[in-house]
Design a protein around this ligand. Structure first.
Ligand code: ASP
Length: 588
């Protein structure tokens, strides 16, 4: 038997017991004639001690120990003279009686402790060592608890977990596919699923009624902190439902998770249309942890002889509480912020509403105090506030104001990680015009149904058609999205028409779905949650990488296993693939 207890288990109740522990040596400390060893496993750390009177062989064994050696230790539990109240086992220690070395270890490339000396790159390369650290492991434990809570909750509501295939078919919509060459079908490729969308819809046609799956999805996109080429979704679909039915079930799931995992009660989720979110928050995923809503001032600020303002399609402001005293330098910083290419504004106007009630703006030349009072009134400003204004094309200015709002939220510390403000955003546009390609794209995906009352506008005014789609947003992060689907093959064909597919193309790409819809498709709808994002939100982390056991870096590489990598010429030959990397000869 390797152990009687784990390294996180022993307490004063175990005093005098003979125990056996196995684990990793975190640290060896020699203090005069005494040696202390911190022994670690997944469950915690227990202090071992070897005293002066210990047998020579035991002392020798302890002398050989290095960091990360794996050992088996036998001994007796005693009360510690100096207690450590930072760890649960801190009141006891184990007086060593025998020690076996189960595996030696090279000196690890970084310290495997709470505060490590290892940088990101080295920790990624030795991810298996980083995973020994309590903080990193804790994230995966959280992930496991959340996955289990999701499974239990949905299973209790009669959802069935069904696995859908990973080798599927490339489709032109959505993000770029990862493809896998087929040896048995030379020149042809599978695609890895961006989501199991069509399969879950087919399961509804099959009568499964309620499906879910915690499933890997793959998208070949440029990476960011909250994106990985492979990521996990909690994917769900239900039959005989309308939007309200779906929102109710999954609001329930979220409430359950907050309660079980974080011990918090979140109230009913507010619902906001996409139009409201855009005009009040400048984005489709508003962070509701703070106010600072965008206020349109176009009509109020124009016709005072300031050409830039008069010519603008839109002028909007945010009211920043308590910041009237911002210095010139701080305001210049904000101006630089909005002028960054990522934001793209030409400049920033501001009004200081001083504590004494006077109003001063960056454009005093054109506006009287009476004018500024009207602006302040429109923004419901009070003395002490700062108004920040941006102007230009409406569709571009709103997102800029949205970014500025988030920046101010950050600066003022209004985005507390332990406050959670979920909401549903509904009524997205069905279609999005792509100026470059000169065609419409489905904003969600081509299977999303239009709002019934908007169907007739599919021909006459496609851009105004609203989708029966919804997103779950928490703290400014899109956590999930879904829709009520089209379940009628005629409407689905019409949608493909709108997206510029010829009949033949639609048939070649999605014939299986259109075909299935001819055999009795129930009304259905669903949603998918980004599980990595959800876990990182619950963990209070910014990056999803920290909640993934073996993540990829920003270039999509796994630096631990060194992938992607070359494959042998024989493999390529079997796959009938010839590769030419620019500047090198063709390999076959
Ligand atoms: N499959 C969709 C997605 O991945 C979610 C859904 O519509 O259920 O975004």
């Amino acid at each position: 038997m390797y152990r009687t207890h784990t390294c996180g288990e022993l307490r004063v109740e175990n005093l005098d017991q003979s125990v056996c522990l196995s684990g990793w040596v975190q640290k060896v400390r020699r203090l005069g004639a005494m040696t202390f060893v911190d022994l670690r496993d997944r469950y915690g750390i227990t202090q071992l001690v070897v005293g002066e009177g210990a047998p020579a062989a035991l002392k020798q064994a302890v002398d050989r120990l290095g960091r990360e050696f794996v050992v088996q230790a036998r001994g007796r539990v005693v009360e510690r003279a100096s207690k450590n109240n930072k760890i649960p086992t801190g009141e006891i220690e184990v007086v060593l009686e025998a020690l076996g070395i189960l595996a030696e270890s090279d000196t690890p490339p970084f310290t495997i402790e709470e505060q490590t000396d290892g940088g990101d790159d080295i920790r990624m390369k030795y991810r298996y060592l980083d995973l020994r650290r309590a903080a990193v492991r804790g994230n995966l434990e959280l992930r496991h608890r959340m996955a289990r809570a999701v499974r239990n909750y949905l299973s209790d509501l009669d959802f069935i977990e069904v696995e859908t295939p990973v080798l599927i078919k490339s489709t032109p919509e959505g993000a770029r596919d990862f493809v896998v060459p087929s040896r048995m079908n030379p020149g042809q490729f599978y695609a890895l699923p961006q989501s199991p969308q069509t399969f879950k819809q087919l399961l509804m046609v099959s009568g499964f009624d309620r499906y879910f799956q915690i499933v890997k999805c793959f998208r070949d996109e440029d990476l960011r902190a909250d994106r990985q080429p492979e990521f996990t979704q909690v994917d769900c679909e239900m039959s005989f439902v309308e939007q309200d039915d779906v929102l109710e079930v999954f609001e329930g799931l979220m409430r359950h998770l907050f309660r079980e995992i974080r011990g918090i009660e979140v109230g009913p989720f507010p619902r906001m249309t996409w139009g409201e979110a855009m005009s009040e928050y400048g984005c489709d995923k508003p962070d509701l942890r703070f106010g600072m809503k965008i206020v349109e001032l176009t009509g109020i600020v124009q016709r005072k002889g300031f050409a830039v303002v008069d010519e603008a399609e839109y002028v909007g402001a945010i009211r920043v509480p308590g910041c009237a005293g911002y210095t010139r330098k701080q305001l210049d910083e904000l101006t630089d912020f909005v002028k960054r290419p990522q934001i793209g504004a030409k400049g920033l106007l501001y009004v200081r509403y001083d504590e004494d009630g006077s109003l001063r703006s960056s454009v005093d030349k054109f506006y009287t105090e009476v004018d500024l009072t009207a602006w302040a009134a429109a923004c419901e400003a009070v003395p002490g506030d700062l108004l920040l204004l941006l102007l230009g094309e409406r569709a571009k200015t709103l997102p800029r104001l949205g970014e500025l709002r988030i920046e101010m939220g950050n600066r003022l510390g209004l985005r507390d990680k332990n406050t959670f403000k979920p909401l549903w955003v509904t009524d997205f546009p069905l279609l999005e015009w792509d100026e470059e390609m000169r065609r419409f794209y489905a904003m969600h995906h081509p299977f999303t149904s239009p709002k019934p009352e908007d169907v007739e506008k599919m021909e006459s005014d496609p851009a105004s058609v609203r989708a029966n789609a919804y997103d779950l947003v928490i703290n400014g992060v899109e956590i999930g999205g879904g829709s009520i689907r089209i379940h009628d093959s005629a409407l689905q064909s019409k949608m493909f028409d709108r997206l510029g597919f010829t009949r033949e193309e639609a048939e070649a790409q999605f014939g299986f779905l259109l075909g299935a819809f001819k055999y009795g498709a129930p009304p259905h709808g669903g949603i998918a949650f980004g599980f990595d994002r959800l876990v990182s939100l619950f963990a209070g982390l910014d990056s999803i990488r920290d909640v993934i056991a073996f993540p990829k870096n920003n270039s999509g590489r796994d630096v631990m296993i060194d992938s992607p990598s070359d494959v042998s010429p024989t493999q390529l030959e079997e796959l009938c693939i010839s590769v030419q990397i620019p500047g090198t000869p063709v390999t076959r």
